[in-house]
Design a binder for this molecule. Structure first.
Ligand code: ZN
Ligand code: FE
Length: 255
């Protein structure tokens, strides 16, 4: 694949991502937390942005839209369900909307929970998904608008993606998520190994993103409702997966 991926740190813990196809010279950006770092990342590389994709309406994902559009003219796509909350959208998308960029198809997955209109963008041929504030490395978004049942359903759409799929999320929350996860699955060897890698990366101020679907299935407590150890530690041995998810989400809220 000829795609180059650049993670652009914004504010204290947000990420935007740039994808550049050197065959077509096209560049796309996912989310617009703030304009300045994104515009500098583009100009350092002499890339011109043609497309901007927005996952959801929170300020820390859309504050840069105006300025980025003004300077680059990028065509901006975002969820139809949040059109009133996201100024500057040129095209509205929902699950099933055909979307192509630089010759590849992008699947749109509706993933309500964090917000009601949240969407994820799946670049199938490149095995990359942008999960915004739905799925984090070792975590999931807070339920500001949706119910636990909605979020569990949304996460259940991401879990069957090919294991090697790279996951880019909207925030660097991984270390604190890992510490939380360890409380509930202290004997999970994959998690123990992963937390060492995360500590090492963060001590050098390196990102822990991207992760993969495989890593998340093995270690992310919000995807591990089927884990006997997790269930035991929540006193929910015989509960449904959705009940286990709801409880682990509540514990994280009350941390
Ligand atoms: Zn958010
Ligand atoms: Fe956010």
């Amino acid at each position: 694949m000829s795609l180059e991926t650049i993670l652009v740190p914004c504010y204290t813990d947000n990420y935007a991502v740039l994808l550049h196809d050197d065959k077509t010279n096209k560049t796309i950006c996912i989310d617009a937390p703030e304009a300045r770092p994104i515009l500098s990342a583009l100009s350092e590389r002499n890339w011109s942005l043609d497309t901007l994709l927005i996952t959801h309406h929170h300020k820390d994902h859309i504050a840069g839209i105006d300025q980025i559009k003004e300077i680059t003219g990028a065509k901006t796509y975002g969820p139809e369900a949040e059109k009133l909350q996201i100024p500057g959208l040129d095209e509205l998308v929902k699950e099933g909307t055909p979307l192509t960029w630089s010759g590849r198809e992008i699947d749109i997955l509706e993933t309500p929970g964090h917000t009601l209109g949240h969407v994820c963008y799946h670049f199938k041929e490149d095995n990359i998904i942008f999960t915004g504030d739905t799925l984090f490395a070792l975590g999931c978004g807070r339920l500001f608008e949706g119910t636990p049942a909605q979020m569990w359903h949304s996460l259940s759409k991401l879990m069957p993606l090919p294991k090697k799929t790279k996951v880019y999320c909207g925030h660097e929350y991984t270390l604190s998520n890992a510490e939380f996860a360890c409380k509930y699955e202290p004997n999970n060897i994959d998690l123990q190994t992963r937390i060492l890698e995360i500590r090492a990366a963060r001590s050098k101020n390196q990102p822990t993103i991207p992760t993969t679907i495989e890593k998340e299935l093995l270690t992310n407590p919000f995807l591990r409702a089927s884990s006997p150890e997790l269930r035991e530690n929540l006193n929910l041995a015989n509960a449904t997966d959705e009940e286990v998810f709801t409880e682990i989400r509540n514990r994280k809220n009350n941390e």
